[in-house]
Design a protein around this ligand. Sequence first.
Ligand SMILES: [Zn+2]
Length: 345
Amino acid sequence: MSATTIHNFSDIDFDRPGKAHYEVAFHHDGTWGNVLVPLTVIVGARGPGKTVACFGGTHGNEYEGQVAVWRLAQELDPAELTGRVILLPRFCTPACDAGTRESPLDGVNMNRAFPGNPRGSITYRMADFARRFVLDRADVVLDIHSGGRILRFPMCSSFHEVADGTQQQEMAAAARLFDTPFVMVYASAMASGLLTDEAEAMGKITIGTELGYGEATIRQGVRHAEVGIRNTLRHYGLLAGELERARPEGSPPPRIVRAIRLEDYVPAPISGVYEPTAEPGQAVTRGELVGRLYDFDYASSRPLDIRAPRDGWLLVIPFAAQVEKGQTIVVVAEDADYSAPNPLP
Ligand SMILES: [Zn+2]
C-alpha cells in the first residue's frame, strides 16, 4: 500500500473509513526539499468511537516506540476497529534518520518544542502540526520514549500531576495498561515544551513511557509498547478482546511512584565517570550508596560516594559512564496512589 504525499495538511483525510498511509511534507529551512514524516490514519469500519494518537520517534535515538508503532500501522485492521487511530511511528523523522535525540536540521529537541510555531524552524513547525491536526483530534495520546544514551530507567509508563482530578485518576489507571513494573509520576518543572505537557493541558488522557536504554532496541521494551498500545485500544473500546499482561502471569501490578519535587533530581556534583552500585527499580533507603563518581583527572583521587536522598525506588541511573557536572544522576521516587484502579487481569 503506497503512501500519499501531503503538502497541505488539510488534505489528510481523518474521517474516511479504512487505512491510509501518508508522508507529510515539511519544507527544509535552508534549501529546496522536504522532510517526509510518515503518518497513518486508521478509521474503524465498526463505527465511531474514541481517537487514540500514538507517537514513536519523538526522540530519534529511542527505538522501541519506532518499532512498535511502525508495526502497528501495518497490522491494525480497520475491519476490526471502532473509532480512529492516528500513528506517527517516527515523528521527529530527521532525528530518527540520524539516530539522534535532537533534530540535526535545526538542533531542536522535539520534546521541548511544543506548542510549536507555524513560522518557526522545522521542528517547531512539525510540533505545531501535531498539536493542531493530531492532538486536537485525540481523546488519548501515547508518546513512546526510552532512556536514549544518557539515562536508564526501569521499564515504566509515566504522566505528570495535573489539576483536574478526574483526568488525573484516569491517567493513573490508563498508565497501568502498559504493564510495566513502575508507573512514574514526574516533575513538570524539570522541563517544558513536552508533547505530553501539551496534550495534558489540552485535557487529553496522556501517557508517556521509558521502555529501554542505550540507543538499543530492548525486546521487553517493545513488548510493553505493543501490549500497552493494544490494551489502550481495548480499554477505550476501539478493539474487542480482553486486556493482556506484558509480564508473566502472577507478576505484581504496576507500582505507581512519584518524584515531583525538583530536589528529587540529584545533579552530578562534578563531571566524571559513574559507577552504579544499584540497579534501576531497586528499593533503596536514605543514605544508601547508589553509585560512585570518579574524577580521573589526578592520580589517587578518591571517588565521590553518591547516596540515595530518601527512602524509595531508584528510578534513574546514568547509562553512559561519562556524566557531566549538573546532569541528573539519581532520582528516588516514593510510593503514590491516586486512587487509581488496576485495569489489568
Ligand atoms: Zn525520549
